[in-house]
Design a protein around this ligand. Structure first.
Ligand code: PEP
Ligand code: MG
Length: 313
């Protein structure tokens, strides 16, 4: 899609034949949220990475300090949907005050929601703060946990959210969760697929490794098959399944994701017009055929080529 079509594009996003797609922004604090909201393109926030407030702190931020951070983001997207992700620390993002163990393989270690299984107070305080901020704001607050690996973890997290009147979901980043998606959806209201980590864990390839970028590519058919399983489970349960990893920022891959049954895409705000303009240039039938081609390709390169041809028809 040409640069002038991207500049001229205005939301809300839909395919050429009118299939609506919710485009959301990834943000990490109030300033980023205000900047993301300003162009009026993002329909809300699909991933609020709250760990920023924690990772720079030597001691855990107080409830009041946290309420302040969350309120700023809610204020920037007044009346809209804001998906708050609970603390995703560990691995490449160590948490100074949590006394985390040294591990040989931290990306396979105690990270994301796994920290809370042992020390639930940090998580429950964060949920209290999110609930307090959401109660004051005019916002549709959704809350999700990162790095959930089992049905019972999802059940536990959803229970903590519901006790506080919060609308619970989880991220799909661990392949096992995609494989048991139907059972998980008995407990949570939505999924958001983190394709960065889902690619890393599906392909057994470190997302930080400069040698393995070909494997940690979300165009890998194995990764897309897990996206498909997750989207199909969401459809069976009538529940939303979004994507909030880097994949959502790639316009052609965005068409594939929509063709697989994904209902919303969340990316860095500057990427949204490119995605919107690409969706406007294709039909839902092209997206479905692109999805089929990408999932059944021999590899990511072949998938990209096949999809480019279908979307150019
Ligand atoms: C992801 O893993 O795709 C994701 C969105 O989370 P993060 O990149 O913050 O790990
Ligand atoms: Mg992740």
């Amino acid at each position: 899609v040409k640069a002038e079509r991207i500049r001229a594009w205005r939301g809300p996003a839909q395919t050429a034949d009118g299939h609506r797609v919710q485009l959301l922004a990834n943000v990490q604090d109030g300033a980023a949220a205000r900047k993301a909201a300003a162009p009026g393109i993002a329909e809300g926030v699909g991933l609020f990475r709250t760990e920023l407030a924690f990772l720079t702190a030597q001691v855990e931020p107080s409830l009041e300090e946290q309420v302040q951070v969350y309120s700023e983001v809610f204020e920037a997207f007044r009346g809209k949907k804001v998906v708050v992700r609970t603390l995703d620390a560990g691995s490449d993002k160590p948490l100074a005050f949590a006394n985390m163990p040294h591990e040989e393989n931290p990306s396979l270690g105690v990270r994301g929601m796994r920290i809370a299984l042992d020390k639930p107070e940090i998580l429950t305080r964060q949920l209290d703060a999110i609930a307090a901020a959401a109660g004051e704001a005019d916002v549709e607050a959704w809350v999700m946990a990162p790095m959930v690996s089992t049905v019972s973890e999802a059940e536990w997290f959803a229970g903590l959210c519901r006790e506080r009147g919060l609308y619970p979901g989880i991220m799909v980043e661990v392949p096992a969760i995609a494989l048991v998606a139907d059972q998980v959806l008995e407990y949570v209201e939505f999924f958001s697929i983190g394709t960065n980590d889902l690619s890393q864990y599906t392909m057994a390839a470190d997302r930080m490794s400069p040698y393995l970028a070909n494997l940690t590519d979300p165009w890998q058919p194995g990764v897309l098959k897990l996206v498909q399983l997750t989207a199909e489970a969401g459809k069976r349960h009538g529940k939303a399944v979004g994507v909030c990893g880097e994949a959502a920022a790639d316009p052609q891959l965005a068409c594939v994701l929509i063709g697989l049954g994904i209902t919303s895409l969340s990316a860095a705000a500057p990427a949204l017009p490119g995605v919107g303009a690409q969706l406007a240039a294709v039909t839902m039938d092209q997206c479905r055929r692109a999805a089929e081609a990408a999932v059944s390709a021999k590899g990511s390169v072949q998938g990209r080529d096949a999809v480019a041809a279908i979307l150019a028809e």
